[in-house]
Ligand binder design. Sequence first.
Ligand SMILES: [Zn+2]
Length: 414
Amino acid sequence: MTSTDSPADSTRTTLTRIAGELRSRLDEQLSDAAALRRRIHSDPRISGMEYDTRDILVSELAGILQFDEVASAGAIGRIGPDGPAVGIRAELDALPVHESTGVEFAASNGAMHACGHDVHQAALVALIRAAAQVDLPVAIGAVLQPREETYPSGALDIVEEKALEKINVTHMIAAHVHPGVPAGTIAVGAGYINAAADEINIVLRGRGGHGAYPHTAADPVTAIAQLAIGLPEAVRRTVDPMSPALLSVGTLRAGDSAANVLPSEAYLRATMRTTSNEQRIDLFEAVRQMAEGTAAAYGLSADISRDSGEPVLTNHKELAEGAEAWLGAMGHDIAEPMRSLGADDFSYFCSVMPSLMTFVGVEVEGCSPAPSLHDPRFLPTERAIKDVAHAMLAGYLAGAERILNEQVDEEINR
Ligand SMILES: [Zn+2]
């Protein structure tokens, strides 16, 4: 460090050197990573059954990383010096989808890596193998997470088991392939990226009766229909239109099969998507009021409950800015932020520590436009492995930079 260098400059210089080394070592791993990806792809495991997939990855990293079991079918381990680590997640699960890509390594067991998790796994293995060959300034935590696609969430289990604390992970990084991002670019972006997802259940109860004598009954059919149409209005009356939120009714049930029997109960289930904790509380309260008010107007009672799903997925500002700069330095083009009201359980990590999830644009061979995630034809080209690994690397560097700068600050204030 020269006398004109600030501590932050010197951190940047160190990391720039490490970034270069990691990148060249990583590129040497790519052909092995492609073979690993094909192997994982050909023999997928659905959520909760990822043991074999995990064991393959653990054995690929044997001698480099000591793994501990986590969240039943997952594993977690760290590589690098003592002190705080930057965790990188790869999801392990495939989907119950019958693959229709026709490639020679296509799965034939009724499951498919149609969400690109095979690519994420191969990229993480390549990055860890590269990391084993350099003098890392900050440790990397490898987080092999089961059950991203279903409940109970594997990420929530990892948080609740305090597995990240055990290996001193203080920042979490993930990268996800996405056909909606232009191929060859990577979407970073600070702030909300995915929504909080809650399920709302409403039961209206009254008195059944004969369809020809409705004045003697208090049936919930009209009221539940009114609620299904009226609920989205709760969004308009509660949430600033510049801030995304929505309610979608997915299930509506009343009566059995008779035309002339008025039922006594009716059910509605809706998904509620919000992009801040405040919205989440306010919107559910508005739904409750609307359901109770509608029920009262029709002489019914209402039972309203909420099953809480993932919290809002929020990208940490400094990590996002840092990763963007590192990706730029690696020659990657940055796409517009990829925000949606979808949900990903990576948000559980975001809710306990500074975290970053990026989306990597991909192409699907023989399909233009590329099919969506979860489509039986969704098979990103091999280039995706490299781009995902680079996105993970950029996230690691951004986290490492924060950790190193914090350590310098502590040193100065001592
Ligand atoms: Zn996914």
